[in-house]
Structure formats: structure tokens, C-alpha cells
Write a protein that binds this ligand. Structure first.
Ligand code: ADP
Ligand code: MG
Length: 267
């Protein structure tokens, strides 16, 4: 079976890519999907936030992309049933230079996922793959965009939210017109909304005007429980299911699934 592959991308750092990858992944797993998170950020925040310590990262996304190691060799279980992660290490920092001369350098991740989908092993079967991208439009992010069916863009509710978005949209368009014609934008998720910040509502309105129906109805609130969870190596949904942030991620997951269904019925 072929999973749906989402790249969570925004070249700005600190906008909620990793938090959204972890918690959307957890929420999807909680409603019965089998989810693989691929950590493509050398910082490895998604791996750490899911409780994978450094010793468990001997095989990582670096090996998948540099030496064509099968994805399944890197996959680790998490504390969440049905949620798995291919962790990353700082080795990824050197990858771009190492494979710069290779013809398939932008397709390494896509080829790895194609090989994974060909194996009949039940353990390698996922319904969703979420790729946590680094805060840059580098070769790692390009690999994610080439491997993905769709992009999910986390945008922080702050004054400069839209700045840089057109650059991201341009990169998506470039990948679509060359290496990956099926790439679409699944949606934009507004993160870290703080109603006490007077500007926040204006930012939400501006983003909705600019991106229209691409913006999910669900807005993720700024919530201290969400930011505490990674230091316990747990998704917010495990750390505190009842907190406003966890509840918002559950709503986002059902919106994502709903959008998937309407895309399918339109196809
Ligand atoms: P990115 O992956 O885009 O760099 P992160 O997901 O790591 O962004 O988030 C940046 C910081 O903001 C982290 O410290 C994270 O814990 C915090 N954060 C993210 N989302 C929330 C939220 N909804 N409420 C509070 N803090 C958040
Ligand atoms: Mg991150």
C-alpha cells in the first residue's frame, strides 16, 4: 500500500513544524492511522521530542539518503502505538556536500520511499508519512518536496507570518514543474495563536485572505503544555491530552482526514 506523504515545510525556524509533525502524527495514530515520521532536520528535534535518545540513532535518515539504507532499518517505535520515527542526527549537515555531484541527489528520499512501498512486510506499511523539514530551502527540504504528495505549511501567528511565504510557494512551484508534478499544498496551519496579542487576530485574517480555503479552520493556540512536552520525550497528546493545544491538534487531524476524503472523492 502507498502511504500519503506530507512534507511539513517552512524555511523559517521556530514556526511549529516539529511540534505539528509530532502532534499531528500522534493524533492520526490515535484515530487508527499507521504513521511514520521522517526527521529530516539535523537538529533532530522530532526524534528527541518522541523520546528517541542518541544511542538509538545508529541508523538514521542520513543513512537512508547517503548510503541507500532501507527506511525500515532506521525506523524506531515510539511510546505511541502506531506511531514510528526515522530519526536524524547531525550527520545530515554534511549530506548536501556529500551528494552534491550525484544525479539523483534531489530524489534520494523519494527513491527510498518507493523501495519501502515495494516491500510486502507489514511492518513497513504506513498510511501516512510526515516529513519534518529543516528551517531552510536546502537540498533536504527539496528531497522532502520531491518525495511528498502534499505540503503542509505551519505559519506562526506573528507579524512577519507572511514574509517568506512567497519564497516557499515559489520553491513548491519549481518542484512541481520539474521533479514532482503531483505535489500540492494540502493546507496552511496557523500556530501559537495568542489572543492576548492584539496583532494575532489581524495576522489570522491576513493569512486567510492571502491563502483562502487552504488555511485550516483549526488554529493551534499558544499553550505552555505543548512546549513542555518535548523535554519529557513525549508528544503533547500523551503529556496532557486535555490541554488546549492537544485538543487543537486532534481537531487538526480530523480536518486533515476530512480534506483527504474530499480530495479523494473529487479525484
Ligand atoms: P520549528 O520546527 O518550525 O522550528 P518548533 O515546532 O520546534 O518549530 O517550535 C518552536 C518552539 O515553539 C519550540 O520551543 C516549541 O516547543 C514551541 N511551540 C510550538 N508550538 C507551540 C504552541 N502551540 N504553544 C507553545 N509553544 C509552542
Ligand atoms: Mg523543527
Amino acid at each position: 500500500m502507498k502511504p500519503r506523504v506530507f512534507a511539513l515545510a517552512n524555511q523559517k525556524g521556530g514556526v511549529g513544524k516539529t511540534t505539528t509533525t509530532i502532534n499531528l502524527g500522534t493524533a492520526l495514530a490515535a484515530i487508527g492511522e499507521r504513521v511514520l515520521i521522517i526527521d529530516l532536520d539535523p537538529q533532530g528535534n522530532a526524534s528527541t521530542g518522541l523520546g528517541i535518545d542518541r544511542r538509538q540513532r545508529a541508523v538514521s535518515t542520513y543513512h537512508i539518503m547517503a548510503t541507500r539504507t532501507p527506511v525500515s532499518d532506521a525506523v524506531r517505535e515510539t511510546a505511541v502505538p502506531n506511531l514510528f520515527v526515522a530519526p536524524s542526527t547531525m550527520d545530515l549537515l554534511g549530506l548536501e556536500l556529500e551528494i552534491a555531484q550525484e544525479r539523483d541527489r534531489a530524489q534520494r528520499l523519494r527513491l527510498a520511499l518507493i523501495a519501502m512501498n515495494k516491500t510486502r512486510n507489514a511492518a513497513d506499511t504506513f498510511t501516512y508519512v510526515l516529513i519534518d523539514c529543516p528551517p531552510s530551502l536546502n537540498l533536504l527540504t527539496i528531497n522532502a518536496l520531491v518525495a511528498a504528495d502534499a505540503v503542509l505549511v505551519p505559519l506562526q501567528c506573528e507579524f512577519f507570518a507572511l514574509e517568506g511565504l512567497s519564497q516557499l510557494l515559489k520553491s513548491i512551484e519549481q518542484v512541481r514543474s520539474t521533479l514532482n508534478p503531483r505535489l500540492s499544498i494540502h493546507g496552511v496551519v496557523l500556530t501559537m495563536f495568542d489572543p492576548r496579542n492584539n496583532l494575532a487576530n489581524q495576522v489570522v485574517a491576513d493569512v486567510r485572505q492571502f491563502m483562502g480555503s487552504k488555511v485550516y479552520d483549526t488554529v493551534i493556540p499558544r499553550n505552555v503544555r505543548v512546549s513542555e512536552a518535548p523535554s519529557h520525550g513525549k508528544p503533547a497528546l500523551l503529556y496532557d491530552l486535555k490541554c488546549a493545544g492537544s485538543q487543537a491538534y486532534l481537531r487538526l487531524a480530523s480536518e486533515v482526514i476530512h480534506r483527504e476524503r474530499s480530495l479523494k472523492s473529487a479525484a
